[in-house]
Design a protein around this ligand. Structure first.
Ligand SMILES: Cc1cc2nc3c(=O)[nH]c(=O)nc-3n(C[C@H](O)[C@H](O)[C@H](O)COP(=O)(O)O)c2cc1C
Length: 221
């Protein structure tokens, strides 16, 4: 395995958790002698020739990785547009395409929120002749907050280990190992703490907007 291409699927202009996860994985691949380049969805779509260029870059690599945030239980629209664009550029010619892996992160603490998005990625691979190499899902992505993983503290050590294991396996031409999937999915914040902070946040917001006594209203019921 010599070349990898990372597509960062966060539409954010600045640092993103998707970018941080993808960059860490590329560093691990580099340690195993894999050269890698990165593209961002916004830049690909802004350039009229971007999708054709992306399709060529994917075809020249041995591994294509997409790292994106979960949006409404699915992929952000710009990532969907890139997938549709790649499928259109490639047309019916199937087979001979590189391996494809996905990394998805979401705000809710349960990584299982990302199951549908990963299923969509698997389907995209099947439809376009990419060889599915597996996916990693991270809940509570806010704990990374777009920081480089090396500087995101001990709370994300499981995330780093999961990506270490995934990087080593992908560099060997293997699929993302199950143990990496499980490590990545371990909650960064206990569920009770997430609910406590979430409820506090909603209560404060409701007070601020004068809606505290109306939280249980059901105007459409
Ligand atoms: C439009 C929009 C929709 C979102 N939908 C979900 C969702 O369905 N479930 C979830 O857990 N997080 C959702 N999120 C939160 C993001 O997945 C989360 O903040 C993620 O860590 C952002 O990653 P990034 O920094 O790579 O963009 C949504 C965020 C936005 C802006």
């Amino acid at each position: 395995m010599r070349r990898a291409l990372l597509l960062v699927g966060s539409p954010k202009a600045g640092p993103s958790t998707s970018g941080a996860l993808g960059a860490y994985l590329l560093d691990r691949l580099a340690e195993h002698g894999v050269q890698a380049e990165t593209r961002r969805v916004a830049e690909v779509l802004r350039d009229p020739a971007g999708l054709g260029e992306l399709a060529g870059a994917v075809d020249r690599s041995n591994l294509f990785v997409v790292s994106f945030p979960l949006y409404v239980d699915s992929l952000p629209a710009p990532v969907v547009r890139c997938f549709e664009g790649l499928a259109a550029v490639w047309g019916a010619r199937a087979g001979g395409r590189p391996r494809f892996a996905a990394v998805v992160n979401c705000r809710f603490p349960e990584a299982s929120q990302c199951d549908t998005a990963l299923a969509i990625c698997r389907r995209f691979a099947a439809e376009t002749g990419l060889s599915w190499a597996g996916g990693l899902a991270l809940g509570g992505g806010g704990a990374v907050g777009g920081r480089p993983l090396d500087r995101a503290g001990g709370r994300v050590r499981n995330v780093r280990t999961a990506l270490d294991q995934a990087g080593a396996a992908l560099a060997r031409g293997e699929a993302v190992p199950e143990r990496a999937v499980h490590l990545m999915a371990k909650p960064l914040v206990p569920r009770w703490l997430y609910l406590l902070i979430g409820n506090l946040h909603w209560t404060c917001a409701a007070r601020r907007h004068g809606a505290f006594r109306r939280l249980h209203d059901r105007p459409y019921a």
